[in-house]
Design a protein around this ligand. Structure first.
Ligand SMILES: *Cc1c(COP(=O)(O)O)cnc(C)c1O
Length: 374
């Protein structure tokens, strides 16, 4: 089978290998069969290794849905009655968590920072000291909208000193940036199969402390479909998802995870950094400016300012690149016009060199001045 290879520079779903694509072509199977249950049991166990989680302390729970389902589940399931959530928000994904709190009518506070700033640790300390009702602190590890990486280990240390639970959205860092769940002071983290492990969209997972999930059995049930304890206990009792799993996506995820272990945590992280450097080299060559201070950038996403040139037209450059097999992505920052180039997925340095040849051609065809003007 010959499948066209596209280089996706959007922030996920990412470019996958052919072996992951083909892993979806399996005989039909009822997911309640033991054979399929074993695949999910193995996946639940193996995914723990991506964050070096000790299986005696941590477990994973799988869900059918895109990554946002994890945000929804953690917030609605892990908050005791009469307690409060604190969301540390410096980007679009933590803003999404704030919306989830609002939709569920949860009692919450928000510490809001500009999207190009890191959170103020002393302020977090102060808020937690002042408000003993905060039982759950939530933030995003890698803000995919800007490419900013948050200091979760330092935040988690403060959270734990105040005996709150620390939930981190690691959707766009897990299995890309090395994470050690214990050392990074994380109680719950999350991701979905189409991001770091380079699988297909539709399967998401939460990794967290088993004891805390069991404790949450007594917390208010705020959702029928999206409750962490209910899904966990069903898995523990039967080895299955409560409701229909995304069968073929699970096969692809299993293949993707085995390719992840074959490549290795460090080698994969080095590849992402190699791709990231190639993106910066290409942008520098053309004179493009980025938004986030270089030392705060994750190594995975670059948010690029639109040049100040009437000939610049993102949609047209996008279409030019898309027709030639490269996907670039709009920005997610309200205050400034940006587009994004991401180093996720099964791509390497050469793909970025090839991309910049096409991208430069696309800009020139539009009459955009090179180097670009600001
Ligand atoms: C991709 C992503 C998500 C999930 O987004 P979906 O569109 O639901 O897949 C959540 N958080 C972060 C940080 C992400 O990058």
């Amino acid at each position: 089978m010959d499948i066209k290879r596209n280089v996706l520079l959007n922030p996920g779903p990412a470019t996958t290998t052919d072996t992951v694509k083909l892993a979806q072509l399996v005989p039909d199977i009822c997911p309640r069969e033991r054979e399929f249950g074993q695949i999910m049991r193995d996946f639940r166990k193996d995914i723990l290794k991506t964050v070096h989680a000790d299986p005696a302390v941590y477990t994973s729970v799988l869900f059918c849905g895109s990554g946002t389902i994890n945000i929804d589940i953690c917030l609605n399931s892990l908050l005791p009655e009469n307690k409060r959530v604190l969301v540390i928000n410096n980007g679009a994904y933590s803003a999404r968590a704030v919306e989830v709190c609002r939709y569920y009518g949860l009692n919450f506070s928000e510490l809001k920072y500009p999207v190009d700033e890191r959170p103020d640790l002393s302020e977090i300390e102060e808020v937690l000291s002042r408000d003993p009702d905060i039982a759950l602190v939530y933030t995003t590890h890698h803000e995919t909208g800007t490419g900013l990486l948050n200091p979760i280990r330092e935040i988690g240390e403060i959270v734990h000193r105040h005996e709150a639970l620390f939930v981190v959205d690691t959707t766009s860092s897990l299995a890309m940036i090395p994470i050690d769940i214990q050392r990074d002071n994380i109680d719950f983290c999350m991701a979905s199969a189409q991001k770091g492990i380079q699988g297909m969209a539709g399967l998401s997972f939460i990794i967290g402390k088993r004891e805390l999930i069991e404790k949450s059995a007594e917390y208010p049930k705020r959702s029928y479909y999206c409750n962490l304890y209910l899904q966990y206990s069903f898995f523990e009792k039967t080895g299955e998802m409560h409701f229909t799993p995304p069968v073929q996506t699970v096969y692809a995820a299993r293949q993707a995870l085995s390719e992840y272990f074959a490549e290795g945590e460090q080698a994969k992280w080095e590849r992402h950094q190699r791709v990231f450097s190639a993106i910066h080299r290409g942008l520098d060559r053309l004179g493009f400016q980025d938004v986030i201070r270089r030392e705060w950038q994750s190594g995975l996403v670059v948010a690029v300012r639109y040049p100040n040139d009437p000939a610049w037209d993102f949609e047209k450059v996008h279409d030019y690149c898309y027709e030639r097999g490269f996907t670039i992505y709009p920005g997610k920052i309200d205050s400034v016009n940006t587009f994004r180039l991401c180093a996720l997925g099964a791509i390497d340095e050469q793909d970025i060199e090839d991309f910049f040849a096409v991208f430069t051609e696309g800009c020139k065809n539009l009459g955009v001045a090179i180097p670009v003007k600001y």
